[in-house]
Design a protein around this ligand. Sequence first.
Ligand SMILES: *[C@@H]1O[C@H](CO)[C@@H](O)[C@H](O)[C@H]1NC(C)=O
Length: 654
Amino acid sequence: MATGTVLALAAFLSVCYTAKPTARSFEIDYEENAFVKEGRLFRVVAGAMHYFQVPHQLWRDRLTKMRAAGVNTLQTYIEWRSHEPENGLFTFSGQSDVVRYIRTAEELGFLVILRLGPYIDAERDMGGLPYWLLATKDELVLRSYNKEYLKYVTRYYEKLFPLIRPLLYKNGGPVIMLQIENEYGSYKACDFKYTAYLRDATRAYMGDDVILHTTDGARDDFMKCGKNDGCYTTVDFGPGADVERAFACQRRHQMRGPLMNSEFYTGWLDLWGQTHSTGATTQIVDRMHQMLNMNASFTLYMFHGGTNSGFDAGAEMLLPPYRPIVTSYDFDSPLNEAGDPTPKYYAIRDVISEYEPLPPIPVPKPGGKMSLSNILVSYVASLRDVINFMSWKSKKSSKPLSFEDMGHAGALMAYETTITARPSDPALLQIPGLRDRGYIYVDDEHRAILSRGDGSYSTLVALRTKQRLTILVENQGRISFGDHIFDRKGIIQDVRIGSTTVTNWTVTPGPFHRTEEFLAWVRTGPVKTAPGKEGFGVYVSNFTLPKSLTLLDTFLRLDGWGKGIAVLNGIILGRYWPEQGPQVTLYVPAVHFLPYPRENVLVLVELQRSPCPQHPSFLCSVRFVKRPELNGTVPDTRGAEAAARFAKNKAFLL
Ligand SMILES: *[C@@H]1O[C@H](CO)[C@@H](O)[C@H](O)[C@H]1NC(C)=O
């Protein structure tokens, strides 16, 4: 921001401020380097928690516990893909009822900072952008001044903004600040025309008297492309950073106004196959004191992380290799994934209490957990059964179609062809456009796995003319952050067998394309075809909980299972992959169970290998346990090194 603009804005604000000192107001005082609320200096001590990562029945519980720690402001992203899951199909109710979420926070005494996106990251699929943007015209360019992209952004804003405006502080609501884009300076485009467009669209609707801000990593090169004239420039950095230096960076780009760290990391994310991340409480506490003594404002990111359930988790690929993000978004945050206060919670509460009044809310304690053993599952469907079931959605095509071409956001897609040319023995199968993991079957027999994460795109396979080749492709999550977020799924380039390009495909979306119908079908026990020895299988358990049982939160533990997707009572708990780690258990809140005498249905779609024989007459047991295991073993020592390297890279980039 140019100095002239700062001074003009400061002058403008102080005029407003002296003109009506008793009015409801939240402003920046550029003289005092502070926020001012109703004429009094105000420090933002915020906690990040996102409605889309917490079951809506638990919003109030988690927010109450956050408030009890003395946090005075809720910071939340608004996620476009949650509100427009399909092109033109909007939802702002139930789990996506962001207005109710904000009102609940307000009732608990929070102010609210909204991060409007449209891009957010948050370790979500495609960084919160809707997948269908990738299905539109090729000339669509994400996060840029691009007509096609902005057409959709504008249409979304037109739905969202009328819901937000009444929530603004000046209109009697709790919303004090609106963030434009997110860490834009870490993105390759550096398109000021784009960020100016977002700013002006927001201003035009929300008014000139609302604080807009940006957030970027505390480094000059990020500030360069991340700052947005007329928006307040804030930084983000974790407890490993030098606080003085990081805020000095903010000062170089925002000469006056409050110091503000919009993401102070309480922990860190986990990637499949890499060592579990943590954030050291002593260091967090030290840095908090330092920031508080500087009168800085900050957000604890995350205060409560929650879960990337369903197919919501994204992936990282700052540089290859591609690395999918785990289902849990525990983040080692003060309130853990199950909403329980941790030692970090109490330490943070103690620090805040030295600077800010604590509200009269009882100090929360961890909640009880339940265990359920001997939940009996049995095999109900093979891959062939599922493909037959979904075949009404199949498309024939000379080229493989992407998930986006097929209008399928989620998990699985089957690509099938009958071998016509005579292949050599063995044949070299090459799938350079594999996104992200391919399970290779020949005449329904499982043969190989190819994997983008391992840079493995080809395999030798024994194939004869007239045999059926099936490639079941798993989308492991669209890239969340960095320059590779345009990440179409499925098979996005030609497939070759030897030197021949395969040109006769039947493409069939997986069962989660129609989750409700699939679950109803599964309950009819549809197994028809003979299963292979290992590989894909659908398993089901119907169980009733004891009458005397008090429903509590618990964790699904799938020892011996390979990799797949777990669904309880129609709720997709998320991806499981205990073989890979570090996440071993899946969090299951009590609200997802049905009490006695109702029947609960657990469905496991196993992609690789189940410990349970593939025959409907066998019963095997799985269990729910009282303790989470997020810190399980990972494949080899490279896991630890890779995790450290990744953390350093991303933190460095932020
Ligand atoms: C913090 O704010 C208080 C109250 O306005 C002031 O007395 C103090 O000097 C400030 N400290 C710093 C480091 O700016």
